[in-house]
Design a protein around this ligand. Structure first.
Ligand SMILES: *[C@@H]1O[C@H](CO)[C@@H](O)[C@H](O)[C@H]1NC(C)=O
Ligand SMILES: *[C@@H]1O[C@H](CO)[C@@H](O)[C@H](O)[C@H]1NC(C)=O
Length: 283
């Protein structure tokens, strides 16, 4: 298990993706944090969706300042990691964009688009539960850039300057293994070739979404490796082979995805020349 945790830990800070290193200078001030992903970082976007994957009930939020009504649907007793990150940057925890009245709010500290049970692929879902997959999250961010943000900046130059200094957290992918039909063929026989092929497919889609964000003005990305999703409480409960234990099969798949992530980012780097990476794996 210690080995597993090691594999799951690294986080990649990709600065100025698809762009020159010059724009990384003068980047100490981070004006906003934008969040994309799944239940690890969802701040309540699923509250109004038809889904069982929401956390606007007790005991969620019991340790959040202001309790459940203030935690707003975070799948946590308190703050989630992007909230701590935001506070560290001197920003407000990014609110779930679905729960904000964009006509009246004034914040330019960033928004959260993440959705529990969502994945990189559109058809990743549990039965007929609704969620916001990565493509939907990106299109919601596009609306933010085109409709909300221009009201808060004097001109386009100011807006793109703001976006280029903001940080974009992307924490997604586990559900594509847990809830995707392509992978969830019963019985789930471990097949390294199939897992590898599927991981590459996911990363190809992820690359396209990162490019879209780039085209909308994003320049700094923090991309997570996937956590040990096989240790989610639900998978504990469903684990018949080893009751009360993590689902090893799922974790093996996620490790495979994580192994592909760094080489894939290296490829993105080749395409974009002066891309800067910060990771303790030294990509
Ligand atoms: C926000 O304003 C738009 C345009 O005026 C309107 O169509 C929309 O219903 C408003 N949204 C809310 C939540 O009031
Ligand atoms: C945009 O606004 C800033 C701040 O008011 C100003 O310095 C700059 O010249 C403006 N740029 C354009 C292209 O209008």
């Amino acid at each position: 298990m210690i080995k597993m945790e090691k594999i799951f830990m690294p986080v990649f800070l990709i600065c100025c993706l698809f762009f020159s290193a010059e724009s990384c200078k003068d980047s100490n001030h981070v004006p906003a944090l934008y969040v994309f992903g799944d239940s690890n970082v969802d701040a309540g976007n699923n509250n109004k969706l038809k889904t069982a994957f929401k956390a606007n009930v007790t005991p969620y939020g019991i340790d959040y300042p202001g309790g459940l009504s203030a935690s707003g649907g975070r799948l946590s007793n308190g703050f989630i990691f992007v909230d701590f990150f935001a506070k560290w940057l001197g920003l407000q925890p990014p609110p779930a964009v679905n729960n904000v009245d964009l006509n009246t709010t004034e914040t330019i500290d960033g928004f959260n688009y993440a959705s529990a049970s969502g994945g990189i692929l559109e058809d990743t879902r549990f039965k007929d539960n609704e969620n916001l997959y990565m493509g939907k999250q990106v299109s919601m961010f596009k609306d933010t850039v085109e409709q909300y943000l221009p009201k808060h900046f004097k001109n386009k130059t100011e807006l793109s300057n703001y976006l280029s200094k903001s940080i974009f957290v992307v924490s997604i992918g586990a559900n594509d293994f847990i809830f995707n039909l392509e992978m969830n063929m019963a019985p789930r026989i471990p097949n390294p070739k199939q897992i590898s092929k599927f991981s590459k497919k996911l990363l190809k889609h992820l690359r396209d979404y990162i490019k879209e964000l780039y085209q909308l003005g994003a320049r700094k990305f923090l991309i997570n490796e996937i956590g040990a999703g096989g240790c989610a409480p639900q998978l504990y409960l469903m684990n018949k082979q080893q009751p009360g234990g993590c689902d090893r099969r799922t974790n093996q798949e996620l490790v495979s995805y994580n192994k592909h992530l760094a080489p894939e980012i290296k490829k993105w780097k080749k395409v974009t020349q002066k891309l800067i990476f910060r990771t303790h794996e030294n990509v």
